[in-house]
Design a protein around this ligand. Structure first.
Ligand SMILES: [Fe+2]
Length: 465
């Protein structure tokens, strides 16, 4: 399992309360029985989603829809393989089910573009395999004390496997977006704001220290740890992610042809790939912008956050707009810091698990929601839609926090530190609530845009703050 697999969910029961098994990460202080019930529900939900995303004929499941992606049937069996390795063999101490296929589904042994050549399990074999693994994993779950060694404490390994399956579900959702042919997924439209909002509104963030990262979140990954104090100068951040409407102004202003707005690396990529608009956009003869979304072609909606842009495009837009991308620390302070209490929240809106009123998460909708659609999810500082809708590029490389300790294995995040990556924050409409929180960190190559990536702008505070 690696987070690079992600480049990273379906909730059909979004209106949960704390009295039922949650849809989000583990809750501090749960009893082992409550935790097992929560894990079982989360495992079931992730499998429902995986099943829906692989409800295609064998040819579609075995095809390579893009060199950037694995065949869907690889993702499915890989989900089972990781569940077997961690839950059945490691936590459960059980005998391997299919040791001969371990290498086929090791993400480090085979590039995504080469996996189609492997002697993979057929769709029927893959479905049988993941079902057999799940039966054994549930048996292990019901026998686990949920305490003791770190891998089992607070159900960490189970949470890691839930998140892993959901991350691959988001990856498979991206494959659905890349495949040609008619749409096979469906979902209702996202909510709309009660009244139009100023898409370019800004929020001042006062200077001072805040707590970044976490040492308390039970299922936080090694790269989110430990909690540490970061002191920032005052800055200003956009209240909303940059919309298609704002982005179209950049495109129509010749932004893709104006060298001034691009870094050297960004310009080289823009030329090499002949970029001229976000991926999946096209312009007709009368100048109207259209987009292809999961097999359907529709006008580009002006009030939705722009999606499918590279870090380089985000940076060029920011320069054109006279602003910049936020750093990762600025993003997290805007999302978590409560100036009244001085503490950092689990989620922008507080410590309660995400619901349908907070954020566009979990593949409930197959697109970002218009800006202003989630007033209930705003942060204490008044910044909206920081979780869900689109992953947000930050102007920060991929580095460990001070005091980082690798756990449970270096390939999760440690081996990627210092590489050619930029950080993404906040999750997208395709990210499950169990796989994201305000401390969650994602990363990818700055040239990637098959992911559900967008951004928001920031600037240094002027004398007006
Ligand atoms: Fe993986």
């Amino acid at each position: 399992m690696t987070q690079s697999d992600l480049t990273q969910s379906d909730v059909t029961r979004p209106d949960v309360t704390r009295s039922r098994p949650g849809t989000g990460p583990a809750e501090p202080g749960e009893s082992p029985e409550q935790l097992r019930e929560r894990v079982a529900a989360l495992l079931g939900r992730s499998r429902e989603r995986s099943t829906r995303l692989t409800d295609l004929d064998d040819g579609e499941l075995q095809a390579q829809h893009s060199p950037l992606m694995s065949p869907l049937v690889w993702d499915l069996a890989h989900i089972g393989s990781q569940e077997e390795l961690w839950l059945v063999r490691d936590v459960g101490g059980r005998e391997p089910l299919r040791p001969e296929i371990d290498g086929l589904y090791d993400a480090f042994q085979h590039s995504r573009s080469s996996r189609v050549e492997l002697p993979l399990l057929t769709p029927a074999e893959a479905r049988r395999y993941v079902g057999e693994v799940r039966d054994k994993a549930l048996d292990v779950l019901h026998r686990s004390p949920m305490r003791g060694r770190p891998l089992e404490r607070d159900g960490f390994a189970f949470g890691m496997i839930v998140a892993h399956e959901q991350q691959h579900d988001e990856t498979m959702l991206a494959t659905h977006q890349l495949r040609s042919g008619a749409r096979v997924l469906d979902a209702p439209a996202p909510p709309r704001p009660a009244a139009p909002v100023d898409a370019a509104a800004e929020v001042p963030v006062p200077a001072g220290p805040f707590e970044m990262g976490t040492s308390a979140e039970p299922w936080a990954l090694d790269n989110e740890r430990p909690a540490h104090t970061v002191d920032l100068a005052a800055f200003v951040i956009d209240a909303y992610p940059v919309t298609n409407g704002r982005y179209t102004a950049f495109v129509d202003d010749g932004g893709y042809d104006d060298r001034r707005w691009w870094t050297d690396t960004g310009w080289a990529h823009r030329i090499a790939e002949d970029l001229s608009a976000p991926r999946f956009w096209s312009r007709d003869t009368d100048g109207t912008w259209w987009r292809r979304r999961f097999g359907a072609v529709e006008p580009v909606p002006a009030d939705e956050p722009v999606v499918h842009v590279t870090f380089h495009e985000a940076q060029a837009f920011a320069r054109w707009a006279g602003k910049r991308l936020p750093t990762e620390a600025e993003w997290e302070k805007a999302a978590r810091f409560d100036p009244v209490t001085g503490r950092s929240r689990r989620f922008p809106w507080g410590d309660d698990e995400p619901t349908a009123a907070h954020a566009n998460l979990g593949q409930r909708h197959l697109q970002p929601a218009p800006v202003g659609a989630y007033p209930g999810g705003a942060s204490a500082l008044g910044v909206h839609q920081m979780l869900g809708d689109v992953w947000e590029w930050c102007d920060s490389g991929w580095h460990p926090y001070p005091g980082f300790r690798m756990f449970p294995y270096p390939e999760y995040s440690e081996v990627f530190f210092g590489g050619d990556y930029a950080v993404l924050r906040g999750g997208s409409f395709g990210t499950d609530p169990s796989a994201v929180r305000a401390t969650f960190r994602n990363w990818d190559h700055p040239i990637r845009r098959q992911i559900f990536s967008g951004f928001r702008l920031a600037r240094d505070a002027g004398p007006d703050i």
